[in-house]
Design a protein around this ligand. Sequence first.
Ligand code: PA5
Length: 500
Amino acid sequence: MPSLLEENDTITRHRESAGRCHSLTPDAEFTNSNRIGLDITHILNPADSDPFISSDELDRFAPKIVEQHRRLKEGEGDCRDGDTPMLGWQSLPDEITAEHLDEIMAVTGQLSEQIDAFVSLGIGGSYLGIEATFKALTHTYFNQLPRKARNGAPEVYFLGQNTDPDFFRDTLDMLQGKRIGLNVISKSGTTTETAIAFRVLRRMLEDQYGKKAPELIIATTDPAKGALRSLTKRNGYQSFVVPGNVGGRFSVLTDVGLVGLAMAGIDIHEFTAGFRHMKERTDGDDFWSNLAMVHAAVRHLAHEKGKKVEVVATNSSAIYQLTRWMEQIFPESEGHRGFGMWVSPSMYSEKLHANGQMVQDGERNIMETFLRLVQSDNDLDIPIDSENEDGLNYLPENDRTLSFVNQLVVDGPAFAHFEGGVPNMTINIPRRNAFNIGQFYFMMERSVALSGYLAGHNPFIQPGVEAYKRAMFSLAGKPGWESDGVAIRDAIGKMKPKVI
Ligand code: PA5
């Protein structure tokens, strides 16, 4: 039984990883022991009767997806936002240079020395990937650890992802009396939630540091246009760029994600190497060796066969954050023109004791994807108890630790749900490191892009999100939007109110 005073392996890993890889091409041993795998056993079975999807069906479908893959790689198809083809994410892993990553680390290293707490401001694609990666790779109670155990990183907070005044206020309480640094991230530079958060935090910094405040602010935005770019120029903030040809939800490998991750002491070289590795693995046109194509094909055929909800479940609370990232990139890219699968993030066992009943036995419109963390950072022995009233001694007596039980949290439901009519696949993530998280992101980016192409719509725009942003501007009375505001209020005024 490890003493509670022994160092947590998440802390050790964080310390050892920062500064360890620093190579965009890790050696073969590292790469081979960190290969993400896709298990579709519970899709292709049962072998002796009709499987949910057969290998033959996938073989027949393969040419269609190979063709969409070719079109994506060659920049064909419905991929533009305005005039810009939004395919920059495809070549990013190869384009990012070690020098650029070093430059980010130099800036964040310098800022880190001057602050106690770092606040990342942003929403949607300007937030989710950063928080997901941060939580996937660091200690659950990161901010409560002594700075040394955080590998020297400042505390890390996120704001601008909602407008809840209580959440906002509670976060400000945590920042009281601390030296703060900011990264405000908005590609458009006009998103209301981020802009409000920035205004509040900027004022705090100005009150604290006066003319020195701009030195503690980083802005990450469009290279040329938008309100945030103008503010940056005027105030001389240190600035980074969201490339014009990369959409928010595909931007975690741009400066949008990299700056915050470097600030938290995460190895951004290794992270990039993970993207590169998965790009290489999924660039080819052989269907069965391309896990992004197989993943996309299974989801597409499942949707055609009536599966409208995808429960994305995991056995790791760190990896759970990746399911939240999936909850954005899939619905925002797939949910167009009446099409799409609802993504429902789930942490198991917790949810097995909640909506697990529905998954097992409710309407059969559900498929399931497990993100299995194969090896946790830590393990715990289960003590032998001389009374054994709970009957658990069989576990420690057979050398079964908590990690063993935590794998069953995938194996058990995968089998039971499959038997109950929920076909499922499992993405095996070997362990928590930046390389694996990078691989995972690129696989999903490619899969969702293929999904949009297969469905026949542009997966790189989000007119639905823009619609709510416009309605918010109008209802708030933003100058230039007043007449739309009047129209919306009129429409609301014509509705028959009913409040019970
Ligand atoms: O994926 C997207 O494009 C969106 O989720 C955006 O990232 C989100 O709306 C934030 O936009 P912006 O960075 O312009 O503030």
